[in-house]
Write a protein that binds this ligand. Structure first.
Ligand SMILES: NC(=O)C1=CN([C@@H]2O[C@H](COP(=O)(O)OP(=O)(O)OC[C@H]3O[C@@H](n4cnc5c(N)ncnc54)[C@H](O)[C@@H]3O)[C@@H](O)[C@H]2O)C=CC1
Ligand SMILES: O=C(CO)COP(=O)(O)O
Length: 378
């Protein structure tokens, strides 16, 4: 029998990051900080608002973002970023995608130069079409950059429910000695009995999955809200995966990554649960509720809303056809009625599966689809 203990000992020497700073005390930042504390790390969590840092330290709760979930003892929050980063050996940046450039610049100016930055937001930047890691490479030149992604509702992670993620970093080549790879070191620094990280060297594949699944989740929510059934959802998830694959490959990622945790895993999770803010937002839009009325003045991060624009801009620039993302964009940003946008997608010329076969056959009932869905849906 294979001696697994020797293998483990040999591969276990990656060099832990003992002191970790987590920048952003929203739902996901706080949940990741909980994992790191449970894994035995010294963790400092940076909150933008001093009142939130004070609440976390004095009550052991973060009621706004993770209501009623007790945070582990030993989690220390601060509102001075310099204080959070002093002595940190690795940094997790966990704010919404629109703030990643600004926050990374600040962290880069304050952290020691050898310290890697792991970006945990999901999205594509407006204008530049950069992924989160690309923004970080721009904002923190010369630094090792990593990403953490996967099917992970913060509320479940904070409550210590079993969860797997993918961690990737931008070091050049995998070699025999992965001891120095930031992704492997972070995987070992944050693994617990319940939190299982996988390691990857395909940052692009990992990140495209995370950015696009939010857009597809909004589309799935819209269809559910509009009264469609499980068949339609399964079709969107599957064809959405195909869109993720085409964009990831066009960007230099691999098909294997797309079928992994950060692709298929996150797509399945986000498209099938009201724990997802993207899916829930879509459901309400599908039920006819206007954008501004959805959250009744309480702002919530719905990354897929802005990313319906940025993902399709990126795909158009690369000549990648993403009909589900285009449908979502037209509903959210061009005010196309849902029935019309869906008919446009559903009545497109018939194609081969996989699309690489490049077959197009006229849809036999395109007009009927427009008449049917155009009149039935909001
Ligand atoms: N909540 C979840 O289950 C997961 C979230 N993510 C990703 O993590 C990122 C953050 O999401 P959440 O933590 O859920 O959002 P959240 O709304 O719970 O928290 C966002 C945090 O960022 C802070 N923030 C907002 N704008 C900021 C700015 N301009 N500068 C500095 N801080 C700012 C807020 O004060 C808040 O503390 C998103 O990209 C999301 O897609 C990824 C995996 C799971
Ligand atoms: O990214 C997530 C799960 O992996 C969280 O999804 P939502 O942002 O839709 O809540």
């Amino acid at each position: 029998m294979k001696d697994r203990s020797i293998e483990f000992i040999q591969s276990s020497n990656t060099g832990l990051y003992d002191n970790v700073a987590v920048i952003g005390a929203g739902a996901w930042g706080t949940a990741l900080a909980c994992v790191l504390v449970r894994a035995g790390r010294n963790v400092t969590l940076w909150a933008r608002r001093p009142e939130l840092a004070e609440e976390i330290n004095s009550t052991g709760l973060n009621q706004r973002y993770l209501p009623d979930i007790p945070l582990p003892e030993g989690l220390r929050a601060v509102s001075d970023m310099g204080e959070a980063l002093a002595g940190a050996q690795a940094v997790l940046i966990v704010t919404p995608s629109v703030s990643i450039r600004e926050i990374t610049e600040q962290a880069h100016a304050l952290a020691a130069p050898e310290v890697p930055l792991f970006i945990c937001a999901k999205g594509v930047e407006k204008g530049t079409h950069l992924l989160m890691s690309g923004i970080a490479e721009d904002a923190a030149p010369g630094r090792v950059i990593g990403v953490i992604s996967g099917p992970t509702f913060a509320v479940e992670v904070a409550a210590d429910a079993p969860t797997a993620v993918t961690i990737a970093s931008n070091e050049p080549e995998w070699d025999k000695d992965i001891a120095h790879h930031a992704a492997a070191r972070m995987a070992q620094s944050m693994g617990t009995y319940s939190f299982r990280p996988y390691v990857s060297n395909d940052m692009v594949g990992v990140e495209i999955g995370g950015a696009v699944k939010n857009v597809v989740a909004i589309a799935c929510g819209i269809l559910e809200g509009a009264g469609f059934g499980m068949n339609a959802r399964a079709a969107l998830i599957t064809r959405g995966l195909s869109e993720i694959k085409e964009l990831a490959v066009a960007m230099g990622g691999t098909r294997e990554t797309v079928t992994g945790l950060a692709g298929m895993g996150d797509l399945m999770l986000t498209c099938s649960s009201t724990k997802s803010r993207n899916f829930s937002y879509g459901r309400q839009r599908g039920a006819g509720i206007a954008h501004d009325a959805v959250f009744e003045g309480k702002p919530v991060v719905v990354e897929g809303h802005g990313n319906a624009l940025t993902v399709t801009d990126l795909a158009r620039a690369l000549g990648v056809f993403m009909p589900i993302c285009e449908m979502t964009r037209s509903i959210l940003h061009d005010d196309v009625p849902i029935g019309h946008a869906f008919a446009e997608y559903w009545a497109a010329p018939l194609q081969a599966e996989p699309r690489a076969l490049d077959i197009e056959i006229a849809h036999p009932a395109a007009e009927a689809a427009f008449t049917h869905y155009g009149s039935e849906l909001p």
